[in-house]
Write a protein that binds this ligand. Structure first.
Ligand code: ADP
Ligand code: MG
Length: 612
């Protein structure tokens, strides 16, 4: 709600703004907090492993000294003298391995759990967004935030803690031991390295931008594929496979160009850094060699120095790769957190409800004006006024695109009116609990019912989760669905395909009716419920609807006028306003828009309208 009030100027419904979002550290902290203890343990283990890594070059250097001594003098037993050092080294290797195992296990534990928490939170926050939010978004992009982006963020997080921490510690530790070995050489290293790092950071920032563009493009391509696969029947029906292929191909091609550009950037970066680091080794050898020649350094020390500076070099290379990963992780994280922080204008619940025995089901639209948030300049309803008396059937007719479905959406409170108000029993809908309104008061049956890919029983129970099997059967009987369900071998346990593709239109519609009736709604909205059906299915469905309408406040939205004759009151709308109202006979006699619609339809479908 705060979001709604934050902007003064109309439109009253701002589309949730999608700015290039910043990484939300506060939310990140929220997800990290439960695992701080484990993270602390992981950090300690990783630090331990890094410190052991610092020890190893020093001990190796000592061993080299022993070897060097024996190549010079050939006295005493090499085995006994090197024994201590070797066991020391072996122990160091063992400890290092154990610590690495430990912190990696801990990190994967933390990472996976955080990923689950984040996916849960994001999913629940997405489900809570306004319908207007979904008008403006592609589901493919939303889904990829749940999958790819969380994945990316998780792996970056793990890498940063393991590699990042380890590399930094190793660099610091090795620098200390380096400076103890040879301050002069270390000084040289300290001058060259930051210079190289500076250049690296500059290159990194342009790579970061590229990486973000790349990810956005991938999401776009996913969206195309998602839409085509999700609506495969339409694609097939229009023989649009090739066009979709081309469309997806073009998006992929754009992905490839961007990704290759990024790849070239990263390759250049790594190539250059390899050259730089190799030159550093050569430089160290030359300068260090001259120190050894001048008796200022022992051969073993130089060996230690080389191994330690190699460790520094490897760590820095790791850091530079890690930098890219951090950048990708941060932008993925920003996308994951973006919608979590977004609060919808219409909450899912909250507000008061009317006790069942007092509920009458009188609905009014008072001077309602409305434009869709994603199309603010276009007024769909203008001063629309309508009353649905309790227990009566009102039919709303008018041309396609005239705003009939919009009226139903406002009643479901998918949107709030721009001006005016919708009331139930005299209460402004905005003061009523939306979950109560949608879950218990209003039954909505649309032209294209959407079923879920589960059993028929579960689909009907979607209307009332706590319904008993008896209630499910009763609702199915009321909806004329019991007979056809029982004719299936699996009966109520038949799985309807994804989106109910394994059922006919009339069967799907009857399941949708059962699903709406099981909650015993006071107000029933039928939005062109039979207009997608053939004549025979229409008859069966209409019969169920007639039975369901008895004793309820019903809004029938109809395109086909044969369905509205049963209505007590017929309202004709045009240009977002009510232009005629009355009974069928009154309106025919009046000879206005309704009579015109009837006449035109009689021409189109003489069989159906013949009784009129
Ligand atoms: P009807 O049900 O009478 O055919 P609708 O209420 O579906 O008409 O649509 C009324 C107008 O609102 C149409 O011009 C349509 O383009 C527009 N419209 C419908 N739904 C949306 C939406 N989600 N976002 C933006 N405009 C919409
Ligand atoms: Mg419609």
């Amino acid at each position: 709600l705060a979001l709604c009030e934050a902007r003064e100027a109309p439109p009253a419904h701002p589309i949730p703004r999608v700015t290039q979002s910043q990484f939300n550290w506060q939310l990140f902290w929220h997800f990290l907090r439960p695992y701080l203890l484990l993270l602390g343990a992981a950090i300690v283990l990783a630090l331990g492993a890094a410190l052991v890594n610092v020890q190893i070059p020093l001990t190796l250097g000592q061993l080299v000294e022993v070897v060097a001594k024996y190549t010079r003098d050939h006295v005493g037993s090499f085995v006994s003298e090197s024994w201590n050092l070797s066991t020391h080294l072996l122990i160091l290797y063992g400890v290092q391995g154990l610590l690495t195992f430990g912190y990696l296990v801990l990190l994967s534990h933390i990472g996976e759990r955080m990923a689950v928490d984040m996916r849960r939170a994001l999913f629940s926050s997405l489900l809570r967004q306004d319908i207007a939010f979904f008008d403006a978004k592609r589901t493919g992009q939303l889904v990829s935030r749940l999958t790819t982006d969380v994945q990316e963020f998780k792996s970056s997080f793990k890498l940063v803690v393991s590699q990042g921490l380890r590399s930094c510690t190793q660099i610091a530790g090795c620098l200390v031991s380096l400076s103890m070995l040879s301050p002069r050489l270390t000084l040289l290293l300290m001058i060259v390295t930051p210079t190289l790092m500076g250049i690296g950071t500059l290159m990194g920032s342009s790579l970061r931008k590229l990486s973000r563009l790349c990810q956005e493009q991938v999401a776009r391509a996913t969206g195309v594929a998602d839409e085509a696969l999700g609506n495969v029947r339409t694609v097939r029906a229009f023989a649009m496979e090739q066009r979709e292929e081309e469309h997806y191909g073009a998006e992929l091609e754009r992905c490839r160009t961007k990704a290759e550009e990024l790849g070239r950037g990263i390759a250049l970066f790594q190539g250059l850094s390899n050259i730089a680091f190799n030159c550093m080794v050569l430089g160290t050898l030359l300068v260090g060699g001259s120190l050894v020649a001048g008796q200022q350094l022992t051969g073993g020390d130089l060996m230690s120095f080389l191994v330690a500076s190699q460790t520094v070099q490897r760590s820095m290379a790791n850091l530079s790769v890690l930098f890219g990963q951090v950048v990708r992780g941060l932008s993925a994280g920003a996308r994951v957190f973006e919608y979590m922080a977004l609060s919808p204008c219409i909450p899912l619940s909250g507000g008061h409800s009317i006790p069942k025995e007092q509920l009458q089901g009188c609905v009014t639209f008072q001077d309602v004006s409305f434009s869709y948030p994603c199309r603010p300049g276009f007024q769909v309803l203008k001063d629309f006024t309508l009353t649905l008396p309790p227990g009566k059937i009102v039919a709303l007719v008018g041309q396609s695109g005239g705003g009939k479905t919009t009226v139903a959406s406002l009643l479901e409170r998918f949107y709030d009116p721009t001006a005016g108000m919708v009331t139930l029993d005299g209460h402004d809908l905005r003061t009523l609990d939306p979950s109560w309104l949608r879950g218990q008061v209003i039954g909505f049956i649309s032209q294209e019912p959407v079923l879920f890919g589960t059993t028929i029983r579960e689909n009907i129970r979607f209307g009332k989760l706590e319904a008993s099997d008896e209630e499910v059967y009763a609702a199915a009987r009321e909806a004329n669905a019991h007979k056809f369900i029982c004719s299936f071998p699996d009966g109520y346990d038949t799985i309807v395909g994804e989106r109910g593709t394994t059922l006919s239109g009339g069967q799907k519609q009857r399941l949708a009716i059962a699903r709406a009736l099981i909650k015993q709604p006071t107000v029933l909205i039928l939005d062109e419920a039979t207009s997608a059906l053939d004549a025979e299915s229409e008859r069966v469905v209409q019969e169920a609807l007639d039975r369901a309408s008895a004793g309820r406040t019903v809004l029938i939205i109809a395109h086909r006028l044969s369905t509205v004759r049963a209505a007590h009151h017929i309202v004709v709308m045009a240009n977002g306003q009510v232009c005629e109202a009355g009974t069928h006979e009154e309106l025919l006699r009046k000879g206005g828009l309704y009579a015109e619609l009837i006449r035109r339809q009689a021409l189109d479908t003489p069989l159906l309208s013949a009784p009129l």
